[in-house]
Design a protein around this ligand. Structure first.
Ligand code: ADP
Length: 367
């Protein structure tokens, strides 16, 4: 007697016993070919995708009852592997690769995996380099800060010690002559100026850092500004044995903040003086190029190596070594100038040869 039927699998349930209200299930029968085509087939399609040809073959005859690909492909049975279907002993499952041989697939996958591994390695190396650079930058900055504190303490302590010593001598009236008195007063005012200079530099730096200082960008006559600075500095320069000349194109105009211009140029001139030894000469050159009007300050001093040029604009950075005059400084000057130049939409450039001299160029937008 035929039992209830599913949509695609014809099943036949045999029942035993009477009357009908006491029917008992004795077993069921499935047509293997229909089962293979309707139930096993779709599963095989999913598993096979484009890479494998899966077929259900009649055991012993090797004729395909079902295959995931066309019959033509199944007939070429190179490298086919068969596996018994335990539920249906009369049938076996044939597996072979589609199109490519197993070796080709293995080779292809090996290459793909190697490529992926190599890509992953490259990404890891890049990440490691970036992390290392950031760490190094942080460590360098921390080290520069420590050196800055000790430099500034030293910078402050020396003038303070001199001021208190000479002030005490004057107070106790222990100065032998009027001439000596004048000399002591001169030292007092020089050291007080030095103190003011250091404190001002630190203050300007912290204000610029915190962007508290509002710049007033206006059209300035480059020569007028340069002359005003040199008038103030002339005595100082000559006093220190410096000779200077002005070259290049006259009457150029720049877009800049007057105070920032003075701060920048004075820093560059101060450095040029500080880092010159035997040849005490400065050359100021002005010019115009690519929308920028520039002023260059050339010295014939100790120079800066290519490696150090990469760091001199960093906060607190000072080139290690050097004599006593050179050892004075905060490492803030060039970093401050760079910041000021960027805020004025300009830039600062350096060219230097150790032992021969250095040229710093301040480029401002032309007015
Ligand atoms: P500071 O002069 O206070 O050390 P700066 O930021 O002004 O700090 O300069 C950073 C470093 O750049 C200095 O320590 C110095 O070694 C180098 N440097 C700057 N200007 C010159 C120059 N004209 N010639 C040689 N070295 C210079």
């Amino acid at each position: 007697m035929a039992g209830p039927k599913s949509d695609s699998i014809p099943t036949f349930i045999f029942v035993m016993g009477q009357p009908p209200d006491r029917l008992r299930l004795a077993g069921f029968f499935i047509d293997p070919r229909v089962f293979i085509e309707d139930v096993v087939g779709p599963r095989l399609q999913v598993v096979a995708r484009d890479q494998f040809i899966l077929s259900v073959l009649v055991h012993g005859i090797d004729s395909a009852v079902y295959t995931t690909h066309s019959r033509a492909e199944v007939d070429t049975r190179a490298e086919a592997v068969t596996k018994a279907l335990w539920l249906m002993p009369d049938y076996v499952l044939g597996i072979r690769t589609a199109g490519e041989t197993l070796q080709q697939i293995v080779r292809e996958r090996t290459y793909t995996n190697f490529a992926l591994l190599a890509g992953l390695d490259v990404i890891l190396i890049i990440a490691a380099v970036i992390i290392f650079r950031n760490l190094k930058r942080e460590v360098d900055l921390a080290q520069n800060k420590t050196e800055f504190v000790s430099n500034v303490s030293h910078e402050l302590r020396t003038p303070l010690a001199l001021i208190s010593m000479f002030a005490e001598t004057l107070e106790l009236d222990r100065v032998p002559s009027e001439e000596k008195k004048r000399e002591y007063y001169h030292i007092l005012s020089k050291e007080a100026q030095r103190l003011t200079g250091i404190v001002n530099k630190i203050l300007t730096f912290s204000q610029t850092e915190a962007r508290k200082k509002q710049l007033n960008i206006e059209a300035l006559n480059l020569d007028d500004e340069l002359r005003a600075i040199l008038n103030t500095y002339d005595f100082h320069l000559r006093n220190k044995g410096f000779d200077y000349s002005i070259e290049g194109v006259p009457a150029l105009r720049i877009c800049a903040d007057r105070e920032a211009f003075i701060e920048s140029l004075v820093n560059i001139v101060d450095n040029a003086m500080k880092y010159s030894e035997d040849v005490k000469r400065l050359v100021f050159t002005r010019g115009q190029e690519n929308g920028f009007t520039w002023i260059a300050v050339k010295d014939f001093g100790v120079g800066i190596s290519k490696e150090e040029q990469k760091h001199i604009f960093d906060k607190f950075y000072r080139v290690p070594g050097g004599n006593l005059a050179r050892s004075r400084g905060t490492g803030l000057g060039l970093s401050l100038v760079k910041q000021l130049m960027e805020e004025q939409n300009g830039k600062i450039l350096v060219e230097s040869t150790p032992g021969k001299g250095t040229t710093f160029t301040l480029c401002f937008p032309s007015a």
